[in-house]
Design a protein around this ligand. Structure first.
Ligand SMILES: [Zn+2]
Length: 171
């Protein structure tokens, strides 16, 4: 292993890999990213606090080339019920097969396999990580039932049918 391990220092360089070469040689890349460096993810969060550690390991079995991605960290989503902060753990592991564009197209036509990406000589590792995180976020995050921090304040004034009735009677 030894020399095949790179620690990416993102303050200096955004990591790119030659994905097939990376897989063939069983390389490994790990590091830490601030969530603020993942803009598409940041858009989904209540704030960009926190960071994510990642590890990408390449492997080859016969003709098949893979990247194994492990992500750990947490982010703060917005609860869709109370709109307050919802801490959400990110513990993700994914195995992605590297395919040529033609192979990928064939598979897409068959409507199968989401765990494949196009092999690239200049694969943007952060982009890949961000895609994986986005795929793993809940569609409508909510605190568990009954644990929302703030009660829904507006209900009484605006949407309560009795309040609306009372207003109508006054007319
Ligand atoms: Zn809530």
């Amino acid at each position: 292993m030894g020399e095949n391990i790179y620690h990416a220092r993102l303050m200096f360089a955004r990591p790119f890999i030659d994905s097939l070469e990376f897989a063939k040689n069983g390389k490994e890349l790990c590091g830490e990213i601030s969530l603020i460096d993942l803009p598409r993810l940041s858009d989904m969060l209540i704030n960009s606090e926190g960071s994510l550690t990642y590890r990408v390991i390449g492997s080859q079995e016969g003709d098949s080339h893979k990247l194994e991605i492990t992500l750990n960290g947490k982010c703060n989503l917005r609860c869709q019920r109370c709109l307050e902060e919802l801490p959400y753990p990110l513990d993700i592991s994914a195995h992605l097969q590297l395919l040529t564009a033609e192979m990928l197209e064939e598979i897409e036509d068959e409507g199968s396999i989401e765990d494949a990406i196009e092999a690239s000589r200049h694969l943007d590792v952060l982009e890949l990580i961000e895609d994986e995180v986005l795929l793993n976020l809940p569609f409508a995050p909510r605190h568990p039932e009954g644990t929302c921090a703030a009660p829904i304040k507006d209900l009484r004034q605006k949407d309560n049918p009795f309040a609306i009735l009372a207003a109508l009677k006054k007319q």
